[in-house]
Design a protein around this ligand. Sequence first.
Ligand code: TMP
Length: 214
Amino acid sequence: MNQITDTNNGQGLFITFEGVEGAGKTTNIEYIAEKIIASGHEILLTREPGGTELGEAIRELLISKEFPEMHHNTELLLMFAARAEHLQRKIIPALEQGKWVLCDRFTDATYAYQGAGRDIDQDNIQILENLVQGTLRPDYTFLFDIDADIGLARARSRGETDRFEQQHIDFFNRVRSAYLKMADENQKRYRIVNAQYDLQTVQTQIDKLLSQIL
Ligand code: TMP
């Protein structure tokens, strides 16, 4: 088994991006990636669940509507199975090479979706987090915060919904609240972007937040 080491110490930065569906994460991560590259850093842009060949296969199982009745613990374990692969094969090697890793969702999504959304005990998530990650945690987390109703309407207007997007609005309200709580409890790590505004206004907020990091 690979030894897990605390790699984000003096090497590449590990930055994660979170938010309910429809918060504009994808567009904004691309914008942030361009800014970081322009400031001279090498990056790895990746996502969860996914990021490796096996991880993307697990992602398909997780988001496909083929298994609507998937047990909540199965969902939790598949998230961490994909994450273990992703960390060992992509994230840790990139950080060790001094790259900045930009990851579209990470373990805070598990606390928000499986913890608050599915009502899985936080202590059990923490056990898996420690097992899979050792002491590795993100350096910064950008939360794209939006009213769950507005975000979901945006996501659903994009076309066919996945297994998560079919959840009731109450589920997404719990997810959003959990993110805001984590942001409040981890103020040094979290950067909140109000994603309800137009793209220009959102990018102005991002520029300001990035200037504190770059
Ligand atoms: P995406 O649409 O942002 O790519 O994410 C796919 C879905 O996976 C999204 O609905 C959130 C969900 N998810 C979890 O439920 N738990 C997790 O740990 C992660 C990483 C994602």
